[in-house]
Design a protein around this ligand. Structure first.
Ligand code: PHE
Ligand code: ZN
Length: 872
């Protein structure tokens, strides 16, 4: 492993490559113990470059057997620091290489690796260089032909991108298959698979009447879990035609499920490879959340066929071009399939809980970063989710119709090209005439803006004023911040919650109800306002900003009960919880005030609320969200005490209601995953957790029965979680043993079983250590590692336990994991990097844990970059 050489890649230094690759022919010969890769790259010098520069190809851990230019062996070459340097003698040539690689020992899960019994690839971002020498950068796009050879009995299924063009038998029980991809693509979209897989087929007829063959491949024991993904795929294909006019292009679309995978899934052209956990599902083993997540990921990867593959990224600084846009697209898809408000609430909550902290921490970076050391570290919530918010704001500013026109133009103009975020915005500007110059600061400025709002009502003049002032704290490398374009979707309400007509002196769009802020300070005067109005601002979370707006109890209660914008109603309720908790923490007083109980009572009683929204409104903000909202040094112990006290008090104040609701939400309906049923189950999980919190033995009996009698995973988990949090040790271990007995042969269930324990209330490091020793655990498997370690790190009260021992434990695990899988190890550094938000010795302990990683030997560039930034 390399020590950090702190090689920094800068956007400002982007230049086109000296050579292009037009066509790539690969032969991958898989043998037991090694794999031989032959490549023939048809190359041509970049016409804009003078002379005949040396050719510098990327290649990692390549054992060179032969190198040729056309038919001439290359005798002079240099291979060091993952670069092969050779001197071409003509402007057009075929570069040929035969190399050996070692997929069996490739635990990084990048390049070609062994996943259980099969071989598969992962090339984004820079994995292809682990397969063969290449110009491994997204602006180098080629057509590919791939031939795979392997033992036929062990690996009957051989797949690569595109269409199958040939197959046949070879000597010694081996066989081959050849695939051709007619669409140009960068190497990061390459994929190949060899395995003994079961295939599930379906088909889809496109809008122009072409019949596409859909195929999902899984290991035989998982064959019964592919239907839901196939169905999601068909719905995604239809939706993309309808909403974006995007038709699928190849004749075949394939998905392969892999048990060993660093991320959720990968959009390789025509051959998506998925983490098994992100594709395999059925009612018995997958909860509603999981169904929703799988549907969204299937859609996301499918949508990449246009936003990512047909139009790709020029360089990795443009990563959000494909990811932000595609997340935006899949969110819209989920909204259309289910409940738009619920989706928006969950997305906004996720952004505030995970992205806001990133954006105020040492790894804060713009949606379009200026530099990086290790690109793997930039697959972040900022690039993905904040990037999606930025795309969403473009839609908000120009409206749905023009946005669609802009996206049509973008796909048409850049089809087959490697584009930039500027190209995307330019299309939106061209179709709308809207000047996005200032708006583009959302791509270049890191950090979350804070908008402070104040109001003034003048009864005599019948005028109402809102003053907005926006500001941004410095982020690493960016001390000066300029004002942003902030769309504020808003309404003024009267005391009945009705919306008033708006007549104001500012940039307010009557049609979309959006007020646009562009200055550091903006004062808006509304005329003809005959009574003191209630301001409903940032409806539907119209901008990813922090809002500070002091409201009276009466105002908050009105918004919480009468705002017609369901997102803002939810937000007002959350604000009541959050402000109260923050006051409790600051005052060291853990009495829950009546305001909170009033809000809970009102939400409980409101029969117009859907169960899904009700459950969102009744749930207290997470510890993580509280930490971020405090905006001061956090005393974690005080925070835990306050939230637990509030939860207790809400539980005890409405004990009868929790019991009654829990029972009434029980249903005889046959299980189906849909928004309505999922909402009911979600509310029941919540009411049950409050009920169980009261210590009522009947609640635990109910939870136990729910677990035992469940015919679906959602009910089973809801029952089990209530027992885990409140049941006796004996009952807890009974049910956990039962779970493992029944499901230990199902990988997804085992992952869930590990996660449940790691995230259970009061889990100790000893339990975590025991889980890591369990036969079900495998440190080379990212899903298992995430179940246990991420489960623990997200378990706030256990990870941040009073003796601080969680930090050093995690630091040691990061060091251990870094030697196996740097990409996954580096992600866990996130759990230490925000040490500065905590107070006193806790912060010191976290910092020391980071320091121990920094002092360890043989760190990967991935981990080094994150640790060094966190300590800087
Ligand atoms: N591009 C993948 C996605 O967003 C994510 C991914 C990145 C997967 C890197 C693997 C490696 O869908
Ligand atoms: Zn993606």
């Amino acid at each position: 492993m390399k020590e950090s050489s702190a090689r920094i890649i800068r956007l400002a230094e982007y230049k086109e490559p000296d050579y292009w690759i037009k066509n790539t022919q690969l032969v991958i010969r898989i043998f037991d113990g090694y794999t031989e890769v032959s490549s023939e790259l048809t190359m041509v010098k970049n016409a804009r470059v003078d002379g005949l520069p040396t050719l510098v190809l990327d290649g990692v851990e390549q054992t060179i057997k032969q190198l040729h230019f056309d038919d001439t062996e290359i005798s002079q070459y240099q291979y060091s620091d993952d670069k092969l340097t050779v001197q071409p003698v003509a402007e057009e040539f075929i570069f040929k290489a035969v190399t050996r690689i070692d997929p069996e020992n490739n635990t990084s899960l990048e390049g070609l690796y062994k996943s259980g019994s099969m071989y598969c690839t992962q090339c984004e971002a820079e994995g292809f260089r682990k397969i063969t020498f290449y110009l491994d950068r997204p602006d180098v796009m080629a057509t590919f032909t791939t031939r795979i050879e392997a033992d036929k009995a062990s690996f009957p299924t051989l797949l690569a991108n595109g269409n199958p063009i040939d197959e046949g038998e070879l000597e010694n029980g081996r066989h081959f298959a050849t695939w051709q991809d007619p669409f140009v693509k960068p190497a990061y979209l390459f994929a190949a698979v060899a395995g003994d897989l079961v295939r599930k087929d379906d088909s889809f007829t496109t809008c122009s009447g072409r019949e596409i063959s859909l195929r999902i491949f899984a290991e035989p024991r998982n064959a019964h879990k592919t239907d839901f993904a196939l169905d999601s795929l068909k719905r995604s294909m239809k939706w993309d035609e309808k909403r974006y006019g995007r038709e699928y292009d190849l004749d075949i679309f394939m998905i392969v499920a892999s048990d060993f995978f660093n991320m959720g899934a990968m959009e390789n052209k025509g051959l998506n490879i998925f983490n098994s956990a992100a594709v395999l599902a059925n009612q018995e083993t997958s909860s509603d959340d999981r169904f929703e997540r799988i549907e969204a990921i299937v859609a996301h990867e499918y949508f990449h066929n246009w936003s990512g593959n047909r139009v790709t990224c020029r360089d990795w600084f443009q990563l959000s071009l494909k990811e932000g846009f595609t997340v935006y697209r899949d969110a819209h898809f989920t909204s259309d399939m289910h409940d738009a408000t619920v989706k928006r609430i969950k997305d906004a909550r996720f952004l505030k809980t995970v992205q806001f902290p990133e954006d105020s921490g040492p790894n804060a970076h713009p949606v379009k970063p200026q530099e990086y050391q290790e690109i793997n570290n930039f697959y972040t919530v900022t690039i993905y989710e904040k990037g999606a918010e930025v795309v969403g704001m473009i839609n908000t500013l120009i409206g749905e119709d023009l946005f669609r026109k802009g996206s049509d133009l973008y796909f048409e103009r850049f089809d087959g090209c490697a584009a930039t975020t500027d190209d995307f915005v330019a299309c939106m500007q061209e179709v709308s005439g809207y000047d996005f110059t200032q708006f583009k600061r959302w791509y270049t400025q890191a950090g979350t803006p804070t908008v402070v709002v104040s109001q003034h009502y003048d009864a005599e003049q019948q005028q109402y004023q809102l003053s907005f002032s926006q500001s941004q704290k410095p982020t690493p490398g960016q001390s000066e911040k300029l004002p942003m374009v902030i769309p504020v979707k808003m309404a003024l309400l009267n005391a009945q919650g009705d919306e008033l007509a708006i007549d104001c002196d500012a940039d307010f769009n009557q049609q979309t109800q959006v007020l646009t802020l562009t200055e550091a300070q903006t004062t808006v005067t509304f005329s003809g306002v005959s009574e003191q109005p209630y301001a409903s601002l940032f409806r539907d979370f119209s901008a990813p900003v922090r809002v500070e707006f002091e409201l009276s109890e009466a105002e908050l209660l009105l918004l919480a009960s009468k705002d017609k914008n369901a997102y803002n109603r939810f937000d007002a309720v959350q604000k009541i919880y959050l402000d109260t908790l923050i006051a409790m923490i600051k005052n060291g007083d853990n009495q829950t005030p009546s305001l909170v109980l009033d809000v809970v009572r009102a939400s409980l009683a409101d029969n117009a609320l859907s169960p899904a929204i009700k459950s969102l409104m009744l749930a207290l903000p997470s510890y993580q969200l509280l930490v971020d909202s405090l905006q001061q040094k956090v005393d974690a112990d005080a925070l835990v005490a306050a939230r637990q006290a509030m939860k207790q008090s809400i539980a005890n104040s409405f004990k009868a209601e929790w019991a009654e609701l829990t029972l009434s939400l029980q249903s005889e309906q046959a299980y189906q995953f849909n928004a309505e049923q999922a909402g009911r189950r979600e509310l029941q999980a919540l009411t049950l957790s409050y009920w169980a919190e009261t210590g009522d033995a009947a609640a635990l009996d109910f939870a136990k029965a729910l677990y035992q009698q469940a015919n679906n995973q959602t009910d089973r988990l809801n029952g089990l979680k209530a027992v885990l949090d409140n049941g006796s040790d004996a009952l807890v271990s009974d049910l956990l043993d039962d779970f493992y007995q029944r499901w230990h042969e199902d990988t997804q269930m085992v992952e869930t079983w590990l996660l449940l324990q790691a995230s259970a209330k009061g889990v100790t490091i000893d339990t975590i250590k025991a889980l890591m020793q369990h036969e079900a655990f495998d440190i080379t498997n990212p899903n298992k590692v995430r179940s246990v370690l991420a489960g623990f790190m997200n378990n706030f009260t256990s990870y941040h336990q009073k003796d601080f021992s969680g930090y050093d434990f995690i630091a040691q695990r990061i060091i251990q994991l870094d030697a196996i899988n740097p990409q996954v190890a580096a992600r866990f550094v996130t759990a230490l990097e925000n040490w500065k938000v905590f107070s006193g010795q806790r912060a010191e302990a976290m910092k020391q844990a980071l320091q121990s990683i920094a002092d360890s030997q043989g760190r990967s560039p991935d981990v080094s970059e994150k640790v060094e930034k966190a300590l800087a």
